[in-house]
Design a protein around this ligand. Structure first.
Ligand code: PMV
Length: 323
């Protein structure tokens, strides 16, 4: 068997996926939309080897154990079932995402694994099929198969729930600044958070309804290359997602005091006439949506409170590649 190496970039959702309709198939409650980033990616090499008696998995030269390792083995089992491959695999992965910076490494991780492992197992999948396969590893990985702006169409079964590229090559001035606030593992996993809001938030039906409209508006804003509109819709959509968490039983939040400081600084900059907006995922880090032209002004302002090592700039990035 041959070793196959794939590279996948991470993505940040502008319209969030926050709730599953089907846990096993990873079908979401709503469609979502993201921007793939150039700066953060995962390289993964997979080789199925007859001599192995178990899957051997390393990330940045460290063995992957516990729940994380089990999740990867389950995903390899799925690929063995689909391909007929019976050997165990050697999986070697390198994360070019600042370690556990909460920058969606599960998206790039499972997208790279889906691409490398399926090809190493002898499957020849096109990008829609790869997107569906990556979905089974992590919902957000569905979108990392493509570059630029990507929509994950929720569908209603395994065949119809997949990503489609909206504009893979982004030829206008939009980028993100990640403000890295906390390198620790999140307190509530995204799966647990989603399950709780779907089961207990009285606002969940309103979220699904409103997000459906936000997605329509966002696609229009992207097609008209309107940064103000993209940022305004993304920020409001993210805050609605976080409002679900506060309205769950028991309530929870990913906000930390530093998240609120970052958001306030972005609002202040906006009041001073700078076009910048924030979004936040299942962790305390803030991502700023802005133009490259205004990035130096924003970095200078954020630098008054945050260390410059906490501020990472990323541009729109490409889809899956094989190395
Ligand atoms: O698929 P997961 O477990 O990485 O969940 C992703 C959830 C959010 O990042 C909060 C939203 C999104 O659409 O990426």
């Amino acid at each position: 068997m041959t070793a196959v190496t794939a590279r996948a970039h991470t993505n940040i959702a502008l319209i969030k996926y926050w709730g599953k309709k089907d846990q096993a198939l990873m079908l979401p409650q709503n469609s979502s939309l993201s921007l793939t980033l150039d700066h953060f990616y995962t390289d993964t090499q997979v080789e199925f080897q007859p001599a192995l008696t178990a899957d051997v998995i390393t990330l940045d030269d460290q063995p992957v154990t516990g729940r994380g390792g089990q999740r990867i083995r389950n995903f390899l089992d799925l690929i063995r079932t689909q391909s007929g491959q019976t050997d165990f695999a050697k999986v070697t992965s390198w994360n070019h995402v600042p370690t556990a910076a909460g920058l969606a490494s599960s998206a790039s991780g499972f997208a790279a694994l889906a691409a490398a492992a399926s090809r190493a197992a002898g499957m020849q999948l096109d990008r829609p099929a790869l997107s569906r396969l990556a979905r089974r590893g992590s919902g957000s990985a569905t979108r990392s198969i493509y570059g630029g702006f990507v929509e994950w169409q929720m569908g209603n079964d395994d065949q119809s729930s997949q990503a489609v590229p909206l504009t893979e090559t982004v030829d206008w001035d939009i980028q993100m600044i990640a403000i890295v606030l906390d390198k620790h593992a999140k307190k509530i996993s995204s799966s647990a958070g989603m399950a709780r809001v779907v089961a207990t938030s009285p606002y969940y039906p309103a979220w699904v309804q409103q997000t459906t409209q936000d997605l329509v508006d966002m696609k229009q804003a992207i097609l008209s290359k309107n940064l103000e509109l993209v940022g305004t819709i993304a920020e409001a959509n993210a805050m609605k997602m976080h409002a679900l968490n506060l309205s769950a039983t028991p309530p929870f939040t990913y906000f930390e005091p530093e998240s609120l400081i970052a958001m306030t600084m972005i609002q202040d900059l906006r009041n001073e006439g700078v076009s910048c907006y924030y979004t936040m995922d299942a962790g305390p880090n803030i991502k700023v949506i802005c133009s490259a032209a205004e990035t130096p002004t924003i970095i200078a302002k954020l630098g008054q409170h945050f260390d410059k090592h906490q501020l990472l700039v990323a541009k729109p990035g490409p889809g899956i590649t094989y190395l």
